[in-house]
Design a binder for this molecule. Structure first.
Ligand SMILES: [Zn+2]
Length: 329
């Protein structure tokens, strides 16, 4: 959704809350209360309390609110209770703008850019970007048909002596199901500790169906796959990049998108959050043909659970891409 449409459709809190309410409860609002034994109330007898925007005696603004009260159990909640939107003091319209900015940015969005566009503090922008990424954890359906698998290494310090990035790189592994006439290609990507045979085998077992044709490069970690799966190796070292169907170009194309996002937008990402950046790229890639990307992300935020700032910022460990000095751009 373009920014002009967001501004005209979601310029007021009420419009945003209406949209959230419809997405969250298409059949009408239901009580969210769950008792100590885990039994939900689920009542549809809900009254809505809307407080108008106003001013206190001391001149401070009272924001408008929408509150629901269950007539059966008395529980009170809002359209954002228990979602990733919850517990922020940010006006809901800014959330909607943030989602539009992020879904429109083809190469990802840095917190610094978000800060400038939304006129919020860097900390708020950074937190916002991460909450949105948190919501984008892609599904992990079983891949079938033609599947490419490959690993890549993100970041790492530049080795002057050998003139290449060498150490400290964070390994990532991906599988890509090639597109057919009916369905565009789909990808899954994971940040892992270390790439070895058993990890490759467990990813294949969990994510790739038995009848799939798997293509990989000649890396040693893939050699054993032919024992249990339909596996073909593409020999890069012999200039054999494309032999008919046998190539890993699609997954390599995806890695270049990931690297471009990290180098071009973020310059560095922490190891802790690398998976979140991967999820963002995976979500954008897998839904690149979706007509309502904006609605998809808003729905994802409604389904997510609130993520405290303290959890996000604990134990940061940085992967640098060694581009630019300001780590916050
Ligand atoms: Zn209730």
């Amino acid at each position: 959704m373009d920014l002009m449409s967001v501004a005209s459709e979601f310029g007021t809190k009420e419009a945003c809350f209406d949209f959230l309410e419809k997405k969250r409860w298409p059949e009408g609002v239901r009580c969210l209360f769950v008792d100590a034994n885990g039994a939900p109330c689920g009542s549809d007898k809900i009254s809505t309390i809307v407080t108008k925007e106003g001013k206190r005696k001391n001149g401070r603004a009272i924001p408008s609110r929408r509150l629901y009260q269950c007539q059966t159990c008395g529980h009170q909640f809002t359209p954002t209770t228990g979602t990733l939107f919850n517990d922020t003091h940010l006006p809901i319209q800014k959330w909607f703008f943030a989602v539009a900015l992020m879904t429109n940015a083809k190469k990802g969005m840095s917190a610094m850019q978000m800060k400038r566009d939304l006129k919020v503090s860097y900390q708020t922008a950074w937190y916002l970007c991460h909450r949105i990424r948190e919501a984008l954890q892609g599904g992990s359906s079983l891949f079938t048909g033609t599947v490419e698998m490959d690993e890549a290494y993100i970041g790492g310090k530049y080795d002057e002596r050998r003139a290449r990035a060498k150490y400290d790189k964070a390994p990532v592994v991906g599988v890509l199901q090639r597109g057919t006439k009916e369905k565009a290609s789909q990808v899954q990507a994971m940040h892992v500790e270390h790439v070895d045979k058993s990890l490759v085998q467990s990813i294949i077992n969990e994510r790739v169906s038995f009848d799939a044709n798997i293509y990989t490069d000649e890396g040693g970690v893939y050699r054993h796959l032919a024992k249990t799966r339909n596996h073909q190796i593409v020999v890069h070292s012999k200039d054999e990049f494309v032999r008919g169907e046998g190539h890993t170009n699609s997954i390599e194309g995806f890695w270049s998108l990931v690297k471009r996002q990290i180098i071009g937008q973020h310059h560095w990402v922490s190891v802790k959050h690398l998976q979140a950046y991967l999820n963002e790229r995976v979500h954008a890639f897998n839904n690149r043909k979706a007509e309502d990307m904006f609605g998809l992300v808003i729905t994802a935020l409604l389904c997510g659970i609130a993520l405290p700032y303290a959890v996000l910022t604990a134990d940061l460990e940085v992967v640098s891409d060694n581009v630019g000095d300001d780590p916050r751009t």
